[in-house]
Design a protein around this ligand. Structure first.
Ligand code: ZN
Length: 390
């Protein structure tokens, strides 16, 4: 889910909204201002109802943000990089780069979200209760009461043990702890997610038939999203399973052709690109240390008349965006980093020097080999695992 608009950073974590957030914000605002608040407080005038609805809707999204921030902060504390938080149609997503290092960390990162929502719910509830104690009646109590309720509902819904909900991640962490293995735990949590998603769709369709109003369609939409996301997680877990045990050196292309940052794009084309079979070239300094990566896609994006005057370093993927890995790193821990530069390549570095490169094609070829191996009717036990060979 990509951000359409950036809201800046909180605690160093990038916050953004996707345009679809307008849909859910409008639905909540409309529901509160024109249906729920007027029904609870019949004496309420139209303007006050809209103001109260706006405050409640904004506070709801702030609550969502706090929930996601909790995930992000705890993830970072466990050494998992955070790309940022995006609010969208179905709430919020904290985008984590990579997996939790242990079942315990997985549990903490997932569990803190519902815990924070529950805390917010109780907090708003106590405030509402205190206002009532002070003799305040009316819309202020209504807003606080609704915020208390919606946060508790959010906590409970998120605890349903089905991926991609927090409860699914908690289930994954617990199974991981019990089985001592993450992949099958993730597959089980994802399967639970698919069952739950299909159930939601069924429930929604039944509601569409028997209950008038848009509520059923909304359930169908959420169910569809849960099913799709759970399917994607299951696939990802299976990929990780297929690639488990592989190290970067097993699939990297060794000794790639490297290029100096001051070489012009024209010279790169004549001297390197047309004379080699590579489509990407690590940019290195005089000590062979990586300072960037240049790919055919990036060369293509440059106007041909500028090639003679533009040095490679100007259009290369810069060093701080470069995905680096050691030759002995497990492939599965490097995969999440492969999206860093848009071309999805990883530069392999040993003792500070560039020794290889891994492209998405290398990974997909390895996946096909792994798949062939898994479907082999009689694995030749005497032979070494082909996945271990280059
Ligand atoms: Zn959550």
């Amino acid at each position: 889910m990509n951000e359409t608009l950036s809201l800046g950073r909180i605690a160093g974590i990038r916050i953004g909204v996707n345009w679809t957030v307008i849909v859910i914000f409008s639905l909540i605002l409309l529901g509160l201002s024109t249906v729920q608040f007027p029904a609870l407080f019949p004496e309420l005038d139209v303007a006050t109802a809209w103001i109260a609805g706006t405050i409640a809707a904004i506070a709801f999204f702030a609550s969502l943000l706090v929930h996601e921030l909790a995930h992000a902060v705890v993830a970072r504390r466990h050494g998992v990089e955070v790309d940022g938080i995006v609010l969208w149609l179905f709430g919020g997503v904290a985008k984590l780069r990579g997996d939790a290092p242990s079942p315990r960390a997985d549990l903490h990162i997932a569990g803190v979200g519902p815990l924070v929502s529950l805390g917010l719910g109780v907090g708003f509830g106590v405030l509402a209760w205190a206002l009532v104690g002070l003799g305040v009646r009316g819309i202020a109590v209504g807003v606080l009461g609704w915020l208390a309720l919606i946060n508790v509902v959010l906590a409970v819904f998120n605890l349903i043990p089905a991926a991609p909900l927090d409860g699914g991640r908690i289930l994954r962490a617990l199974l991981w702890q019990v089985r001592g293995e993450r992949t099958s735990a993730a597959v089980t949590a994802a399967k639970a997610g698919r069952v739950f998603g299909v159930g939601l769709i069924g429930l929604g369709l039944a509601q569409v038939v028997f209950v008038p109003g848009p509520g059923g369609l909304w359930l169908v939409l959420i169910g569809w999203f849960v099913t799709a996301a759970a399917g994607a997680e299951e696939q990802q877990a299976r990929i990780q399973q297929a690639l488990a045990g592989l190290r970067i050196r097993d699939l990297m292309t060794p000794d790639p052709v490297t290029v100096h940052p001051r070489v012009t794009v024209a010279d790169l084309l004549d001297g390197y690109v047309l004379r080699s079979r590579f489509s990407s070239f690590p940019v290195v300094d005089e000590f062979e240390r990586p300072v960037g990566l240049i790919t055919l896609n990036r060369i293509r994006a440059l106007a041909p008349e500028q090639r003679a005057t533009t040095p490679v370093e100007d259009i290369a993927c810069p060093a701080d965006e470069l995905a680096l890995a050691g030759p002995d790193e497990p492939l599965t821990s490097v995969l999440p980093r492969m999206g860093a530069c848009e071309d999805g390549r990883v530069v392999v570095v040993h003792d500070g020097r560039v020794v290889g490169i891994v492209s998405p094609t290398d990974v997909s070829r390895m996946l096909q080999v792994a798949d062939l191996w898994d479907r082999h009717p009689e694995p030749p036990h005497s032979a070494s695992d082909p996945r271990q060979q280059r």
